[in-house]
Design a protein around this ligand. Structure first.
Ligand code: ADP
Length: 441
């Protein structure tokens, strides 16, 4: 069964991972699709920009100036370096003009892009002779400060002819656009989908978690019940078998049976009978919720000592200390319930290996705090919350080193809770345990 549950957990983890991978793949694809859509919308936006007379004019403007420069260069009036300087000097005014133009052309659904033109080369053809006025990459204009990621939108090549001379100019340029908010735009476009995917995934994980938790707790309950049936069989078997032998002995009416033997046999029957009754009481007590009797009673120190002394009679080898600062106190509780709690805790301490028990009682303004500390075998940390569950025993399966039905602590907890109190345990294996009960007075 444990193997089956582990397999199931493994299958669930695998399914969740596979689902997450598939979902991740779809989300990635959608992201890419959106990216392509935005880029093509931007390209359309640029095409609209570049398809006006005003844009042509702007372009011709610097091309015209370049032509003038080229003529001067051919005459020998200026150098190539002067041309580069000229481009740099005009960059800002051209950029401003472009900025104004783009703002004017902007439409509501447009993306806030950066647009820039770079010059790559200017080749002069004069009387069939070619000369390179410029070669490299220099910024001609940009509508805004340049963005980090520039995407090439188009490469341009055009020829400018001078009507007066034989001069013609071949200009090569590159146009770029940049859109730094691309990622945020896509993510905000996909926000609904992303949120839905996350919620769906969380829901699937939650459903798996709840189902597995339920399965494990069902299995635990089934195991506990099986243990209980084993325990109860074991617990009832011994007294019943002993009584059977005792009854048969008496039935034989053996003439030679000494009065002492007769007395011992009867005492044995009485003892086993008492044990059976105790077991029966435990089972019935645990099946009905205890009813609190909140009449205020006066309890003296002596009374608690007497309860402990009575218990000591049957456990002469165990040292039980008792301390309490108050001579007497009052508490709204049934005296019988108080006795049951104390004796059950002492009984457990002895049953689970203690030979030294310290019982302490503190009465504060608001609470009655009873602690029972023992030097027994202790309780593993992982079991410390379960020991208060119905039928729960640390000794599971068919290991019966100590007798019990797993009802003692459950009943104590129920009792304590009917008086609005609580019970906690602190314990270290092989060192001992301390049970602390707090009940409001
Ligand atoms: P039972 O004693 O009948 O098994 P309880 O409900 O009284 O049932 O106790 C539940 C489990 O808690 C026990 O199986 C035992 O292992 C553990 N336990 C209880 N009291 C002590 C103690 N004082 N020291 C060590 N283990 C304890």
């Amino acid at each position: 069964m444990k193997r089956k549950i582990m397999l199931l957990i493994g299958a669930c983890i695998f399914t969740v991972m596979a689902l997450a991978t598939i979902q991740g793949y779809f989300i990635y694809n959608t992201y890419q699709l959106n990216e392509r859509e935005i880029n093509s919308a931007i390209k359309k936006q640029i095409a609209r920009l570049e398809d006006t007379d005003e844009w042509e004019k702007l372009n011709d403007n610097w091309a015209g100036h370049s032509k003038k420069y080229a003529k001067q260069y051919l005459k020998g009036d200026v150098t190539k370096q002067n041309f580069i300087k000229y481009l740099s000097a005009n960059k800002d005014s051209l950029s401003r003009a472009m900025n104004t133009y783009m703002k004017k052309m902007a439409e509501p659904e447009d993306y806030n892009i950066n647009y820039s033109i770079y010059l790559n080369s200017i080749i002069l053809i004069n009387n069939k002779k070619t000369d390179t006025l410029f070669k490299g990459k220099i910024l001609v204009l940009a509508n805004d400060t340049l963005k980090k990621n520039l995407i090439l939108s188009s490469i341009g090549r055009w020829e400018v002819k001078d009507n007066d001379t034989e001069l013609s100019m071949v200009i090569k340029s590159q146009r770029y656009y940049g859109f730094d908010e691309l990622q945020q735009t896509i993510i905000s476009k996909m926000a609904g989908l992303l949120l839905f995917s996350i919620v769906l995934m969380a829901f699937v994980v939650f459903l798996y978690y709840m189902s597995l938790k339920n399965l494990i707790s069902q299995k635990r309950i089934a195991d506990i019940k099986t243990d209980f049936v084993n325990n109860i069989t074991h617990e009832f078997q011994t007294p019943l078998a002993t009584m059977d032998i005792a009854i048969k002995t008496l039935q034989r009416k053996d003439e030679q049976m000494s009065p002492e033997h007769y007395k011992n046999t009867l005492a044995m029957i009485a003892r086993q009978n008492e044990r059976l009754q105790k077991l029966f009481r435990q089972v019935t007590e645990a099946s009905v919720k205890p009813i609190a009797n909140k009449n205020t009673i006066q309890v003296t120190n002596e009374e608690i000592k007497d309860m402990i002394d009575d218990f000591k009679l049957s456990k002469p080898d165990v040292a039980i200390a008792f301390s309490c600062q108050k001579e007497a106190f009052s508490i709204s509780m049934d005296r019988f319930h108080l006795n049951t709690i104390l004796i059950n805790l002492l009984d457990n301490a002895v049953k689970y290996g203690a030979d030294k028990i310290e019982t302490d009682l503190k009465i504060t303004d608001k609470n009655f705090i009873l602690s029972v500390k023992d030097n027994g075998k202790g309780i593993p940390v992982q079991e410390q919350t379960s020991i208060f569950d119905k039928f729960y025993r640390v000794e599971k399966g068919n290991i019966h080193n100590s007798k019990g039905l797993g009802l003692g602590l459950f009943y104590i907890k129920q009792l304590v809770e009917t008086y609005n109190g609580n019970i906690v345990v602190e314990s270290e294996e092989e060192k001992g345990s301390i049970f602390i009960i707090t009940i409001p007075i």
